[in-house]
Design a protein around this ligand. Structure first.
Ligand SMILES: O=P(O)(O)O[C@H]1O[C@H](CO)[C@@H](O)[C@H]1O
Ligand SMILES: O=c1cc[nH]c(=O)[nH]1
Length: 257
């Protein structure tokens, strides 16, 4: 009998319909918008023509469509870095070369309010998934051109409105309910703008695989000044999602992603 030969995950599934996202090569664009929540994928589709649902397996719903002549894919990552890394790995295997996460995120600096837009300049890696990929000193940073363009377009889209745009470093936490007041205060002291749960893995996997990534979030709440997570903020959050989606689509067109 031959000796067992362990699977090489680097080449597993290349060229095939993917195990988790259930998408095959040729079914997607070169650029994918990544919300966490599958219910946000149809919100992205509201901006598109020629919309097609490609697959829905587990938390990963994938739709494609066209925005200003450019083919766009939207795939939900689910919550957290583990399922995000899986979605990104599998989307790369079927042809995606640029990612823009359109997320929700909690503000950590005074004045950041529900619905404000948060553009990421890098992520503090407080997650386990990216640690499985790279040394803890490896930076989790977006593609520079995508980050700069997201900031520019977000400011253009919200000019003259009550919506503020901030760019800065975010934290990526693994454990939503383990964020203590002490941790929130420490992140604030370090000048961290906001916290979410996916960009650390997105950026590290993207860098290691040689593809591009960025992130723009809508503010859900403010953990430092206590703006409620559970109060009457859903309308502002949704307005922020729509602004962030439009900004990401414009960046995809302008940078020809
Ligand atoms: O709304 P999404 O994009 O899922 O983003 C945020 O919301 C979830 C937590 O409520 C986490 O996934 C966090 O990153
Ligand atoms: O969006 C997020 C992510 C982590 N923690 C929060 O409170 N909100």
């Amino acid at each position: 009998m031959n000796a067992p030969s362990p699977v090489d995950k680097n080449s597993a599934g290349v060229g095939e319909r993917q195990y988790h996202i259930a998408v095959a090569p040729g079914e997607v664009s070169t650029v994918a918008l990544l919300p966490g929540d599958p219910f946000r994928v149809p919100l992205i589709a509201e901006f598109l023509t020629d919309v097609k649902t490609i697959a829905h397996n587990r938390e990963h719903l994938t739709m494609t469509g066209v925005y200003k002549g450019r083919k766009i894919t939207a795939t939900s990552t689910g919550m957290g870095c583990p399922s995000t890394a899986i979605a990104v790995e599998e989307l790369i295997r079927v042809g995606v070369t640029s990612f823009i996460r359109v997320g929700s995120s909690a503000g950590l600096q005074v004045g950041v309010k529900p619905g404000d837009l948060l553009v990421s300049e890098g992520a503090l890696r407080n997650d386990g998934t990216s640690a499985a990929y790279a040394h803890h000193g490896f930076p989790a940073v977006p593609d520079l051109a995508i980050a700069l363009e997201l900031d520019k377009v977000a400011r253009e889209l919200t000019k003259g409105t009550n919506t503020a745009v901030y760019s800065g470093i975010n934290a990526s936490d693994d454990a939503f309910y383990a964020e203590t007041p002490e941790w929130i205060s420490e992140l604030n002291r370090l000048g961290i703008l906001n916290v979410e749960m996916e960009s650390s893995a997105l950026y590290v996997v993207a860098r290691l695989r040689g593809v591009r990534a960025g992130m723009i979030c809508s503010t859900s709440s403010n953990l430092f000044d206590g703006t409620s997570l559970y109060g009457d903020i859903k309308t502002a959050l949704k307005d922020g999602w729509m602004n962030s989606i439009e900004a990401a689509l414009e960046v995809a067109v302008r940078l020809e992603l």
